[in-house]
Write a protein that binds this ligand. Sequence first.
Ligand code: IPD
Ligand code: CA
Ligand code: CA
Length: 269
Amino acid sequence: MENFLSTAVEIAREAGALVAELFKRPKEISYKRPSDLVTNADRRSEALIIQRLRNHFPGQAIVAEEGGGAQTSSEYCWYVDPLDGTTNFAHGFAVFCVTLGLAYRGEVIAGVVFDPIRDELFTAERGSGAFLNGQRIRVSPVNKLSESLLATGFPPFASNHDLNIQFYFRLTKLSHGIRRAGSAALDLCSVAAGRFEGFWELKLNPWDKAAGTLLVTEAGGRVSGLTGGPFQLLADEVFASNGHVHDEMCSVFSEVMAEYRGAKGKGEG
Ligand code: IPD
Ligand code: CA
Ligand code: CA
């Protein structure tokens, strides 16, 4: 697959080093809208990544969170999150990463997620497995929701919070618990690495999930919509699991959703 992955790794490492260096310095924070933060690190990391991608792969499309990308007529498209975990970064909570996913005709074929704090590099190419620092990783063998550790996230604005709080409430009681660590790309990598059995989120952008969902499927897991329908990179929701607890969790999502909609219909929600 040409040198897509090796180049993406080089770029993610360089951007990750920059972000880690800026993490030690006073942060320059501004707001895109209330609770939606952006820092100088997001912008500098994105500028670096885009410049490198344009040098290596001129003409390929780039969709990047801070708006520096551009569509082209190419069938290749890079999805770039220059800093996933911005709120953590801004508060000095060291959970964040840089992630790049490459799609060909809409299907993700290569992905990299780099956590510069833990020096963890997650990589995958379609059909070739998932790796952490060069070692093959696989999803966990746990097959009961009651023995699962889960993760979710909430977008930095309020829509969908109420429904996700209902999922959170129900699944907390049915599992070993739910982590909300603040970086969707790293959450997905934790499913791929067998640390979490499942992760879901209701409103993510393609740059948050392109690389991480490929990691999960290449590690033997399953990625879908919340109720088991096909995964769509450009859709908001994502549900990724080790595969073994997938159906059980889909049933919980369906039940909670039906109850939530019923309650709203009666004016209780
Ligand atoms: C956010 C993180 C977070 C998720 C939010 C994302 P950002 O991305 O991935 O975990 O819950 O929905 O927007 O803004 O830090 O790049
Ligand atoms: Ca993100
Ligand atoms: Ca980001």
